[in-house]
Design a protein around this ligand. Structure first.
Ligand code: NAP
Length: 293
């Protein structure tokens, strides 16, 4: 059984980006620059954004972190995004989700210039993805494709089952796996909460992607022998024995499923790290598109 170690695969992506950045800077150009916006002080969001900024530093990118308090008005947030859209020194913009209830997330997503939308959530990028046109791919599914590429696991001709149809993970994942591309060309079944016989469908999966946000949902009896299992889930589960008072749990019962799978991602240390690799790759792409129009 192969552990699909996100540390190793993301390091590979980051080393390439670092070499690219070093050579840009050496030739007198500026480094790519990511602006991240965080609203409020949600613990998980703080962790994710801190990690994104740290990873920018590791590959030599510039980064700017912009903080707003929980009660920021939607208008103020949108104005900041417009300012960043017009700032020539900024290549990529991300707004960490979720946002407080009084802010309409879709409005925020649609205000980001599609050319700087390194999370790949803008409808223009989502539409291009569906049409198979070059676009910014949502960072998590993109990271998973980079992982399949790194471990040389082609999806071609295989049956991939994706559990979860969110706009940021499940649905784009299903499109990428079914796309006519080097690591795509799978036959894909996309499942959700109204899917009957989920267990029977999962048992047919050569590649099973769990992206539903229910800790330990995928058990060994749902997995075919030799399947490749990708666990996207990240849920903080209270645990008084843990230092922080919680543990991060994936959507897959790792210990029992690992005995049947041919390859599996750990949580933590799997898809989360690849999401950052996807985001950084998009930021480099945004930079390159902008300096070479
Ligand atoms: P989401 O928007 O809540 O979507 C969950 C999806 O799962 C929905 O489509 C839902 O179906 C489906 N679902 C829920 N219960 C189900 C069940 N019992 N059977 C079948 N389908 C079910 O979640 P998300 O944003 O995609 O995130 C999913 C998980 O991935 C979360 O744990 C999140 O924290 C994690 N995540 C991880 C990363 C990373 O970098 N590793 C990045 C993003 C998200 P309906 O559409 O029918 O409601």
């Amino acid at each position: 059984m192969l552990i699909l170690d996100g540390k190793i695969a993301s390091l590979h992506v980051k080393e390439k980006l670092k070499a690219q950045t070093d050579s840009l800077v050496k030739s007198g150009l500026r480094a790519p620059h990511l602006a991240a916006i965080i609203v409020g002080n949600n613990g998980a969001s703080e962790t994710y954004v801190a990690s994104k900024i740290k990873n920018c530093e590791e590959v030599g990118f510039a980064s700017t972190l912009i903080r707003f308090s929980e009660d920021v008005s939607e208008n103020d947030l949108l104005s900041k995004i417009k300012e960043l859209n017009n700032d020539d020194a900024i290549d990529g913009i991300l707004v960490q989700l979720p946002l407080p209830k009084h802010i309409t997330e879709q409005k925020v997503i649609e205000t980001i210039d599609p050319a700087k939308d390194v999370d790949g959530f803008h409808p223009v990028n989502a539409g291009k993805l569906v049409l198979g046109l070059p676009s910014f791919l949502p960072a998590t599914p993109y990271g998973i494709m980079l992982m399949l590429e790194y471990f040389n696991i082609p999806a071609k001709g295989k049956h991939a089952v994706v559990i979860g149809r969110s706009n940021i993970v499940g649905r784009p994942m299903s499109i990428l796996l079914s796309s006519n591309s080097k690591f795509g060309n799978a036959t894909v079944t996309l499942c959700h909460s109204h899917t009957p016989n989920l267990k029977e469908i999962c048992l047919q999966a050569d590649i099973l992607v769990a992206a539903l946000g229910r800790p330990g949902f995928v058990t060994a009896d749902m997995v075919k022998d030799g399947a490749v299992v990708i666990d996207v889930g990240i849920t903080r589960v209270e645990d008084s024995t843990a230092k922080k008072g919680f543990r991060i749990k994936g959507d897959v019962q790792y210990n029992e499923v690992a005995l049947k799978a041919s390859a599996i991602t750990p949580v933590p240390g799997g898809v989360g790290l690849m999401t950052i690799a996807g985001l950084l790759t998009n930021t480099m792409q945004a930079y390159q598109n902008r300096i070479k129009p």
